[in-house]
Design a protein around this ligand. Structure first.
Ligand code: G3P
Length: 215
């Protein structure tokens, strides 16, 4: 599984979210690799008609009511999302809120990917039994050096600490070799943002990543 986090880049906001999502759909169909798109919540509706599963970037574990600015499970579900990131490095939550968000996702049959910054955190958060744990060292996010080349030993540890919860990894991932190494170290997939969203040609960048599944 390759999860493409659109973040809040200009290149993937509003109408542009559709262009990136269409490239993801094309790459998925051409390479037969599962690709999940993660647009901003207000763009979920724009891309939901495509074949790629759509996840939300965040979920607030609140009930419908007076919570201005919150992202509701009910809302993302009705918009067309089937999953969500929780506790991304750029949207951290306190441990109690992470737990509630995982429960809320489960309650609404929303696939949860809980992000962790260290193997130790992977261990702690795996006790919540989310659908996936995503290990992303914050200092490598958005950079040119990938987690798979700089910290392979931490990926291995993260997988080990996550126990039975399938593990993803991300940060600086750009090419098939990064994907291949991550899979070899026990990950079930990768999370990618800048390597695709900021590339000159999203489709080519995606197809290059998918090659990591062939090796
Ligand atoms: O959620 C994925 C992300 O944090 C990794 O970002 O730009 O390093 O691929 P990037």
């Amino acid at each position: 599984m390759i999860v493409i986090n659109f973040k809040t880049y200009k290149q993937s906001t509003g109408e542009n979210s559709v262009k990136v999502a269409e490239a993801c759909e094309k790459a998925m169909n051409e390479t037969d690799t599962e690709i999940v798109v993660v647009p901003q919540p207000q763009d979920i509706l724009r891309v939901k008609g495509l074949e790629t599963p759509v996840f939300s970037q965040h979920l607030d574990p609140v009930e419908p009511g007076s919570h201005t600015g919150s992202i509701l499970a009910e809302g993302i579900k009705q918009a067309g999302a089937t999953g969500t990131l929780i506790n991304h490095s750029e949207r951290r939550l306190d441990p109690d809120t992470v737990e509630k968000a995982v429960e809320k996702a489960r309650e609404h049959d929303i696939t949860s990917i809980v992000c962790a910054q260290s193997p130790e955190e992977c261990g702690k958060l795996s006790e919540l039994e989310p659908d996936y744990i995503a290990f992303e060292p914050p200092e490598l996010i958005g950079g040119d050096v990938s987690v798979s080349s700089a910290k392979p030993e931490l990926i291995e540890k993260a997988v080990e600490q996550s126990g039975d919860v399938p593990t993803l990894t991300g940060a600086g991932i750009k090419d098939s070799e990064d994907v291949r190494i991550s899979l070899e170290l026990g990950c079930k997939g990768v999370l990618v943002a800048s390597g695709v969203v900021k590339s000159e040609n999203c489709l080519e960048a995606l197809k290059e990543l998918c090659k990591g599944y062939e090796k």
